[in-house]
Design a binder for this molecule. Structure first.
Ligand code: HEC
Length: 130
């Protein structure tokens, strides 16, 4: 083998290794149930006031406690993810009576898309862990 070919192959190996490291660390971050920063900030602003320990309605707390979801079983998580996909895409949450007096709390199209993408990604993670 001549020198140039050896160098070419070595460089190729080097970049291939860097590439596969980068890809594996990317998938590793999506292997457990977690809230992304984008989802977290929407939830804090528009959902947490009702669906948290200090929430203002018992019914809302019974239906969903954001802080408890990460430690639920995979079956429970899948169920909650289904509900989240439904209530966000159909604009059922925040409740219309609440949004009437606080229109700034309605979800924007972009926020709905953020919820849908996250819930879909998480559903894949949850299904794999079952
Ligand atoms: C003003 C209080 C309030 C806010 C804000 C709110 N929710 Fe709810 N949520 C409720 C109540 C009350 C229920 C119980 C079901 C019902 O009576 O409609 C509920 C139920 C749910 C459920 C369970 C499905 C169902 O229909 O029972 C999900 C999922 C949900 N909410 C997601 C959200 C998300 C996501 C947000 C933020 C975008 C949000 N909620 C904001 C009050 C609220």
């Amino acid at each position: 083998m001549n020198k140039q070919l050896t160098l070419f192959l070595a460089l190729g190996m080097f970049f291939w290794m860097i590439q596969s490291c980068a890809t594996s660390s990317k998938t590793a971050s999506m292997e457990k149930f977690e809230y992304t920063a984008a989802v977290n900030s929407i939830v804090q602003d528009k959902c947490y006031g009702c669906h948290s320990a200090d929430g203002r309605s018992d019914k809302a707390k019974q239906a969903l406690m954001w802080d408890n979801v990460p430690t639920m079983t995979a079956d429970e998580q899948a169920h909650i993810l289904d509900e989240i996909m439904e209530v966000t895409s159909e604009r059922k949450m925040p409740p219309s009576r609440f949004v009437e007096s606080r229109p700034e709390k309605a979800l924007t199209d972009e926020e709905i898309a953020t919820f849908q993408k996250w819930a879909k990604d998480m559903m894949a993670v949850v299904e794999k862990s079952k």
